[in-house]
Design a protein around this ligand. Sequence first.
Ligand SMILES: Nc1nc2c(ncn2[C@@H]2O[C@H](COP(=O)(O)OP(=O)(O)OP(=O)(O)O)[C@@H](O)[C@H]2O)c(=O)[nH]1
Ligand SMILES: [Mg+2]
Length: 245
Amino acid sequence: MSKELKFDFNYEILPENFTQFDVSFKLIVVGDSGVGKSCLTNKATKNVFEENYNATIGFEFFNFNIKFGEKIIKLQIWDTCGQELYRSLITNFYRNSSLAIIVYTVTDRTTFENVDLWYKELRTHANPNVKVFLIGNKIDLIDQRRIQTEEGQRYADQYKLNKFIEASAKSGFNAKNIFIEAAKLLYDDYVLYHKDTDDTDLSSEASAKTPETISDKKPTVDINSKANSNSNKDTKGAGCCLGGK
Ligand SMILES: Nc1nc2c(ncn2[C@@H]2O[C@H](COP(=O)(O)OP(=O)(O)OP(=O)(O)O)[C@@H](O)[C@H]2O)c(=O)[nH]1
Ligand SMILES: [Mg+2]
């Protein structure tokens, strides 16, 4: 049985084109062609669903903005294409991501078996601290389901992935929740890490510090304070940067 995620914290989802943020994180979405990566991302960020299949060429970029208390978190999402032809292009994005979302469709066993390949790619190219979500998509296609919830969960448990979620881009079931969960996990981790250093004041003072000053404390997360221009141009760093409101 697919469970809908419920949250015991308050949040407010902001429009995709909202430009201000306190801290941002980079996410990458990977998985076989046609599993619904673009549909899930589109549903979560723009609330649209496309029935026709338009294969992504290379990658596409999305924003997901969310507010926890007074803090605005921006997720910069790289939706990649599943086609073999573009694999080498994707490897560059792994390195910069704080969290990777591996998607398969519950209607096609091959896409589930290939999760292993995506996970290996990730382990080869990504930051060792990268967080990983496993998503079983298209659960609205009840009669065509080939992978049961337990099987997906078992895989996630076996590899100690951060979260296993079943979803449907078509019905919207859990689509937004994937990114709410991702933002909360990344932000909580960030706050926990900076709690002894007062860097949770993410506004002026923290932004003024050099990237070296901050990243010294956690070498695997390169916080690029110059990336607070609110533009989408920053693809450097390792997945997290401070913003300026
Ligand atoms: N029934 C159903 N169809 C879906 C769902 N998600 C995606 N689809 C359909 O699956 C097809 C592929 O979806 P995409 O989101 O383009 O797949 P993708 O993973 O981005 O594929 P690539 O860009 O080629 O890697 C489209 O025809 C979608 O309409 C879902 O949750 N339910
Ligand atoms: Mg796509």
